[in-house]
Design a binder for this molecule. Structure first.
Ligand SMILES: *[C@@H]1O[C@H](CO)[C@@H](O)[C@H](O)[C@H]1NC(C)=O
Ligand SMILES: *[C@@H]1O[C@H](CO)[C@@H](O)[C@H](O)[C@H]1NC(C)=O
Length: 336
């Protein structure tokens, strides 16, 4: 309405001396309405994207502070994963012209925080987090269960990735249970991870790929235990102590899903992110975080009882929780 009156005002003033003639006024109205309509239409996409998720800032934009705070507050016992993810995500998202998509490969024992970190990354980039239309999760046993359909799966996966990256360059793809994925399937997405400017006009360089796998978990645990037995602090373990060993282990492990794939061969994975086995004290922190998330006060007794319920390995030392923090949430249900 504002637009109409503002556009009409000068025309009305101009036409005042010719008050007998109606023509200029109706013309003025027509011009005013046209101006108003154009104004409305030009604001429409903005208005639409205010209400509805769009592939642009406001909806898709890194909140680095948020990422840092969440990693600090919600992820326990993973000093290496924290560092690597902060560096990788910031470096990639701040780069206006990356040469290839970001590919992270997360490795470690079950319940150590691989899914959690994917969620935290998604939430730091997409306002709607995992619920975003631009975040896609694939679980091997769920999406690609039948070996005999390998060629269909390959085709479908390529089509999905192409389609979704066409819709939004900053798309994120999470592949869970890589160790249960058929060898070969992941090779079909190799071109999208490579250093190409574009493929058939579609630019994949801003996309993010995250692979989750238990593969390498045993090796990581061995190395962590070795540090512990030598009396070293867990925090003294560095990425370089693990990275090459994990990557070689994954490459040679028939069950890793990456087995002999050209992803590793051609260095298309940017970062191997190791997740260390969790100790008793980390399990307690997981309980505390879960209590907080559900709106309860910190409760030392519940924290201790749940941590006591978990089983720990190796047999003699009993330092690492064999399910990490995985069952904390369900165990907590019994207490509340
Ligand atoms: C970024 O994250 C911080 C910490 O979680 C939060 O306080 C802030 O509101 C977020 N900023 C935006 C723009 O969402
Ligand atoms: C995007 O990916 C989803 C699977 O997560 C798929 O169902 C959908 O068809 C894809 N969209 C396009 C346009 O390809």
């Amino acid at each position: 309405m504002k637009l109409v009156s503002r556009a009409l005002l000068p025309l009305l003033l101009l036409s005042a001396p010719f008050s007998a003639a109606m023509e200029p006024i109706s013309m003025g109205i027509a011009v005013g309405v046209a101006t108003a309509l154009t104004g409305l239409l030009s604001t429409f996409p903005t208005l639409y994207c205010r209400l509805q998720e769009c592939c642009q800032a406001h909806w898709v934009e890194l909140n680095f502070t948020g990422l840092k705070v969440d990693l600090e507050d919600k992820l326990f016992g993973q000093h290496i994963a924290k560092q690597v993810v902060l560096k990788a995500v910031r470096g990639f998202l701040m780069n206006p012209n990356p040469k290839k998509p970001l590919a992270l490969s997360l490795h470690g024992w079950t319940g150590t925080g691989k899914n959690l970190i994917s969620k935290i990354i998604a939430e730091s980039i997409y306002r709607k987090g995992l619920e975003s239309d631009y975040v896609h999760q694939f679980v091997s046993t769920l999406h690609f269960p039948h070996p005999e359909y390998l060629s269909q799966y390959k085709e479908q996966l390529q089509k999905w990735i192409r389609g979704n990256v066409t819709l939004c360059g900053r798309s994120m793809f999470i592949f869970d249970e890589m160790d249960k994925m058929q060898a070969g399937l992941i090779d079909s997405i190799k071109p999208y991870l490579d250093y190409y400017d574009n493929i058939d006009g579609v630019v994949y360089r801003n996309a993010i790929f995250i692979f989750l796998s238990n593969a390498g978990g045993e090796r990581i645990t061995e190395i962590t235990l070795d540090f512990w037995q030598k009396g070293n602090k867990r925090e003294a373990i560095h990425l370089k102590d693990l990275e090459s060993k994990v990557s070689i282990g994954v490459f040679n492990n028939k069950k890793s899903g990456f087995w002999h794939t050209s992803l590793i061969d051609k260095n298309l994975i940017d970062y191997f992110v190791p997740f260390l086995p969790l100790e008793y004290k980390h399990v307690k922190l997981c309980v505390r975080e879960e209590l907080k998330m559900r709106g309860y006060e910190e409760d030392e007794q519940i924290m201790t009882e749940i941590a006591d319920e978990m089983t720990y390995f190796p047999e003699n030392e009993k330092i690492y929780s064999d399910k990490g923090c995985k069952t904390v949430a369900t165990k907590l249900d019994f207490y509340l």
